[in-house]
Design a protein. Structure first.
Length: 100
């Protein structure tokens, strides 16, 4: 179960509680029910080449190649839209390679 951080509005105590997402908010350690959930960190969402190709950072060479083959055409298309075909061909010739 995930751990959530809470703040009691009555006694100004910050505490942590473990429970399911849909469970009601627990009372503070002093018994007050007027508590609010705190957001102390935000999850990172990685997309594109930053996204993990494998599970838990243990991508195999084949998974990395597959991810590269998937993302390279998208990157090339964005660069061509911004900079033009000539600039991409001259400065990023590796994006013209097929990785299939």
């Amino acid at each position: 179960m995930p751990a959530y951080d809470y703040h009691c509005k009555v006694c100004d105590v910050q505490f942590e509680a473990r429970h399911g997402f849909n469970d009601p908010m627990p009372p503070c350690p002093n018994g007050h029910d007027d508590v609010e959930r705190l957001i102390t960190t935000a999850p990172r969402v990685l997309q594109g080449m930053l996204a993990d190709a494998g599970h838990g950072g243990t991508a195999t060479k084949e998974q990395l190649r597959s991810k590269w083959a998937e993302e390279t055409p998208k990157l090339r298309e964005k660069l061509v839209k911004k900079l033009g075909e000539d600039v991409v061909n001259r400065n990023a010739p590796s994006l013209n390679t097929s990785y299939d």
